[in-house]
Design a binder for this molecule. Structure first.
Ligand code: HEC
Ligand SMILES: [Cu+2]
Length: 339
């Protein structure tokens, strides 16, 4: 099986080079995705064999029963012997089909079990809350000031079980990072849990997999798997309150932020902004992307987003902010100082 699987993986990679870091079911980086990939290849080869047998049978039948147009149709005589054989043939084919489907069913159940199985030795716990159309990520702690809150970018340590608690603020979303594990629905008002563990460091892309409204396609996320050391450093940095702006422009930007609508929807810890309609911006500059993997986290993209998010993600909960150009520049400078 492994040879067949590797051969197929190899051929696929030749035909369609896989881009590490993007989402791909056939490039697993975690034991659970491994199990799912294994099931994929088992079913793939079973169906391949069925396909070849079917084509062979059709070809055989086609060559045998050719009717030549110029000849009159032969008068068929009832051939007891042949009918008997055909009956057995159909019966056998039916039996094999039922057995094959049953084997697939059993393998699916076994794979489901393997994916579920929880080995929680010193897990990291994260809470993922779905919003239209972004992901709120918290690392809960019994002490409120030790809780990290971020958006759309999930940092986890490599080789450590991660327990994920899920919930949704509005409609059903589905968390899907194909390199890591199967889909998990996030249901409003209903908490559930699953776990994963990543074997190889890297950035793995994920996507909402349950249609959740207009901007469903712009509801991506990424999982950043790093060494335990890097993860802890990241966590320590995220625990800090917002950096004090050091340039006069950034100081003015904070002023703009706190005197405009921004503070009605966003939190920046260490300032008066403490609302949770939108993502926590305390460390927004530490993220690679904004708006759920829709834009790179650059000055230009930030400015475009802040002025008119409705043009980038029509329907998003963030209202347009027609700021004067120098106010906009100042607010962007401030956001970029929030490491
Ligand atoms: C009515 C609520 C609301 C207001 C007002 C608002 N925002 Fe937002 N903001 C949101 C929501 C919701 C999102 C997430 C949108 C998404 O990703 O689909 C968001 C996203 C962002 C992001 C991207 C964060 C990330 O990590 O993806 C930035 C930056 C941002 N807002 C800055 C601002 C600034 C600056 C202002 C004020 C000029 C402001 N917002 C006003 C609701 C608001
Ligand atoms: Cu969705």
């Amino acid at each position: 099986m492994n040879v067949a699987r590797n051969l197929a993986s190899y051929l696929l990679a030749q035909a369609m080079p896989l881009d590490p870091g993007r989402h791909h079911m056939l490039q697993s980086a975690a034991p659970q995705a491994d199990h799912i990939e294994w099931l994929y290849w088992v079913i793939f080869w079973m169906l391949f064999v069925v396909f070849v047998l079917m084509i062979a049978a059709f070809t055989g039948a086609g060559t045998k029963a050719r009717v030549v147009a110029s000849h009159p149709l032969p008068i068929l005589e009832k051939d007891e012997e042949a009918e008997h054989r055909a009956g057995w043939g159909v019966g056998a084919a039916l039996g094999i089909t039922v057995i094959t489907l049953f084997v697939i069913l059993v393998l699916s159940v076994i794979t489901g079990r393997r994916v579920e199985g929880l080995t929680s030795k010193n897990p990291v716990t994260i809470q993922i809350t779905g919003h239209q159309w972004w992901w709120e990520i918290t690392y809960p702690n019994s002490q409120a000031d030790q809780t990290v809150t971020t958006a759309n970018e999930i940092h986890v340590p490599v080789g450590t079980p991660v327990v994920v608690l899920t919930n949704s603020k509005d409609v059903i979303h589905s968390f899907w990072a194909p390199n890591i594990t199967g889909k998990r629905d996030l249901l409003p008002g209903y908490s559930s849990a699953f776990w994963f563990e990543i074997e190889r460091a890297g950035i793995y892309h994920g996507q909402c997999a349950e249609f959740c409204g207009l901007q469903h396609a712009h509801m991506g996320f990424s999982i950043i798997a790093e060494s335990v050391h890097e993860f802890q450093a990241w966590q320590q940095q995220q625990l800090k309150t917002a950096a004090e702006p050091s340039t006069s422009e950034a100081i003015r930007g904070r002023e703009v932020f706190l005197t405009h609508a921004c503070l009605m929807c966003h939190t920046i810890r260490g300032t008066d902004a403490g609302s949770r309609v939108g993502p926590d911006l305390t460390h927004v500059a530490s993220r690679n992307m904004i708006a759920a993997e829709t834009l790179p986290n650059t000055a230009g993209a930030l400015a475009g987003w802040v002025v008119d998010p409705q043009r980038i993600k029509p329907g998003t909960q963030m209202s347009p902010n027609p700021l004067a150009p120098d106010d906009l520049q100042a607010v962007v400078a401030y956001l970029q100082s929030l490491h």
